[in-house]
Every structure is written in structure tokens, then in C-alpha cells.
Design a protein around this ligand. Sequence first.
Ligand code: HEM
Length: 490
Amino acid sequence: MWISTSAVYFISLTASILLYRGFLHPLGHVPGPFAACLSKLWAVAITLGGRNHVTILELHAKYGDFVRIGPNEVSLSNVEAIQQIYGPRSTYKGVPRPAHSESLMSIRSHAEHSQRHKIWDRAFTTRALKDYHPLLSNRVRQLSDRLASECLKGTVDIGKWFNACAFDVMGDLAFDSGFDIVQKGDIDGYSRTLNEAVRIGAIFINLPWTAVSAKLPWLPVACKKAKLERFAQQQVRKRQAKVAYRKDLSYWLVCASGAAAVTCATQFSPAEAVLVIVAGSDSTSLVAFFLLYFLAQHPSVLNRLRQEIQDVYITHGELTINHLNELPYLNACINESLRLFPPVPNGHPRLAPKGGATVGGYLIPEGTTVIVPAYTIHRDPRYWTEPNAFRPERWLPEGVMEGWHHDTRAFVPFSYGPYSCIGRNLGRQEIRLTIAAVIQRFDFQLAAGFDARAFEQQITGEFLLTRPMLPMLLRERTKCERGWHQDSSC
Ligand code: HEM
């Protein structure tokens, strides 16, 4: 009797919730897949399938700028929306992040975030970045040497090595002691663990209550999280013991404030150390990876880029970060890779303010979660002519012909506004150095039978894009006074 009463209660409750969400909800007028209106499980299923970025793009192509992608969630693919939702004067709130506890990325109160941001800012000034140059150059040199030995063995999984290098760089910056994955391999599996943590985090973002599972010690997800946190704790402690040892990132976050070691512990938490690694490694290596993929398919772009880099080498006798910063074609190629494959493709959730808001003519009720998806807006033909083509020239003055659409307001790979990427200049420097080092020293081509369509279909985008295996054949070029050459005749 008790069971049947409970069952009736449960069924009626579920039916009323579904009825409300499907037909009576204030977002009822917004088009979108019916299953998405009923339950967040739709988003989880799409996330698990891994093709969020493509699904959202297809939904916008079908339904227009304003699409309902959850019971209380809409996706807005319209350039007018970006400034209003993410801009400095936005009244939208950030959505708390269950996956990155106690870090800059999880603080979503504007006042608290701005206070913490000021401390982080010191680590990303032009002067601070300059101090990281030797460290970056050293790691990229190691990567280049590693590729030289790997290419003798056959096809090279280039993405794996780019990722290892970016991981080593961030390890140096966050802990002042690298992981040495390029040289020794991922012995302890930290890089693997982090990648898994990011995937799991994507589910937590869609269904915040599942984040509880990270606290149940017998679940694999909890073990992995605990392992990572233990590691970060050890590293932060070790780093704090050498207070003013080197001007790395933790120096600026902690020690430059003159704080005593005791306050250091509260200022640079293991969660923030993990944030540096998560935010700075995969994202950066993905951009370099996709750029190399495009270059392998576009020989004329590769030749022009190689010439630009060669000219710098001939003029200055070396390739430093300062020389590379100003190269227009290199920067254009990086922008084009960021446009076509933004590492964070699905947009950043914000909550509509009290009383609701109107964006680009659309009424958004109070408390609605809103996203502007980067992958979709980067490929919108209203903002970009030939949106799916890799065409770096579009970023140069001579490359935008009359009548061409090139609306840089619709370029948001680092998000936009006060919560946008703090490490973008560092990331760009690392990408420039990596790409310059690789294309200067190696000729490369995709392995025989490579199928670009199949490759792109394997790219998933739960939170970050993933990189499928990209088999490349690399051949070391010959070095002489005037740079590197294809054959031994310098
Ligand atoms: C090209 C490479 C990179 C891309 C495409 C990228 C992209 C992004 C994006 C889209 C966000 C906003 C995330 C959100 O609101 O959900 C973000 C935030 C952030 N990124 Fe990056 N990032 C890159 C490199 C880096 C690097 C090298 C660092 C260095 C530590 C870094 C540190 C951060 C931090 C700390 C945040 C949080 C900022 C805040 O909440 O105020 N990123 N990044």
C-alpha cells in the first residue's frame, strides 16, 4: 500500500515537472529538441557522446540564433549577445564550477573574483612573461630534440608530444619543477589523470549533483581526484619552501606580495596549482596541434610561414619569443586554428540577472543559464566568409576582400570580459615558439591513407576539444648558417 502510494506520488510529480518544462515553462516559446526541454539528461547524453560542439552548431543551423538546450538553459549564437552577457558591465552571474573548487575559475562573485584576479594579473604582465622565456625555450628545445629521435622510428603521434611539452611548461610555472614528460614519459600518469578529470568535470557541469561522486572514496573518479590533489599539495609545499627561488607563476601569485610562508599556503592552494596545469596545458597544445594538422594539408600556407620564420632567423641568428611575437603570418595562422577549433568550444554558462534580460531581441527569463558557443559562432557565415575553410590570410589586411565577412567580435576562443582567459598571451607565446621550432627543423606530412573527414569526426568536445591520433611522418631538415633546408645543399 505504502509502495503504491509512493509510486503514484512519484509518477504524478514527475509528470507535472515534465508537463511544466515541456509546455508551461517561460522558455516554452524557445525552439529546441523536445528532450532537451524536459531534462538535463539530454545534455549529459550529448556530452557522453562527445559531439556537443557539432550538435550545438547543427541545432543553431536548424532553429536559429536562440535554442533551448536544457529545461532552463539556452544557447545564443549572436554577436550582439557577447558584449551584453560576458562584457565588463554585464549583470549576468557566473555559474559555480563544481569541478575546480577553491580556485580563480570557481569564484563567481564579481567582487571576490576581481580581487583574486588582481593577484593573478601580476603573473601575466609583459615583464612577468619575459621571465618565463628561458623556461619556455628550454622545454620547446627538449620537444624538438624528442621529435628528432622519435621521427627515426616511423610515424609520430605529434599531439601526444605537444601535450607533454605544454604539461612540462605548466609544471615548471606552477611548481617550479617540471613533470619532465617529454624526456621521461608520463610515468605517474598525471597527464592522463588530468585529461580524465576534465572529461568528468564536463558531466559535473551539466549535472552538478553528480559532483558528490568525487567525494565517495571507493569510486575511481574520487581516487583519481585524490591522487591529483595529493600530488598538487606536495608540489605546492615544495615550491613554498623555496620562496623567492625563481620568478615563476607561483612567485607572482604568492611571494611577490611579500606574504609570509604561512599566508602563502592559503593564497596558492593546490586547486589553483591544478587550475594552472588544466587551463594552460591542453588548451595551448591543442591549438599548436590543429595548426600543424592544417599546415600539413596546405603546403602553400606552410611555405609562406616557413619563409617568414626563416627570414627572422637570417636577420637575428636565432628565434626568440620576442622576434616571433610580431610575425603577422604566424599570428594569422594561430588565429585561424583558434577560430576553427577553439579548445573550449561550447561557451561559458552565465545566469540571467534579476528581472530577466533582453538580448538581441530575445527575452531571457531571470535565472536562465545562457551560453554563447564559440565553435558555432566561429563558423557562422554571417560573420565569416567561407567559415569552414582554413584561410589565414583573412587575418591580414590584404586578405579581406570587398564584401567579405570578417567580424572579429565573433572571435572568442578565450571567452570575453572579466572572466576570460588570463593566460592568453602566455599561451600564444608558447604556440608561436612550438610551431616555429617544429616547422623550422622538420619537413612533415600526414601518413599515407590519412582520412581528414574521419579524423575530424573523431574530435570530441565535452569541455575541451580532444585530439584524435594524428599520424605524421617527420624528417629532420639540414641545418646551416642560413637556417634549415630540405636537403644537405645549404
Ligand atoms: C591558447 C591557449 C588557451 C586557450 C584557448 C584558453 C581558453 C580559455 C577560456 C575560453 C577561458 C574561460 C573559461 C571559462 O570561463 O569557462 C579560460 C580561462 C582561464 N585560463 Fe585560459 N586558455 C589558454 C591558455 C591558458 C594558459 C597558458 C593559462 C596559464 C595558466 C591559462 C589560464 C587560465 C585561467 C587561470 C583561466 C580562468 C580565468 C578566470 O576565471 O578569471 N589559459 N581560458
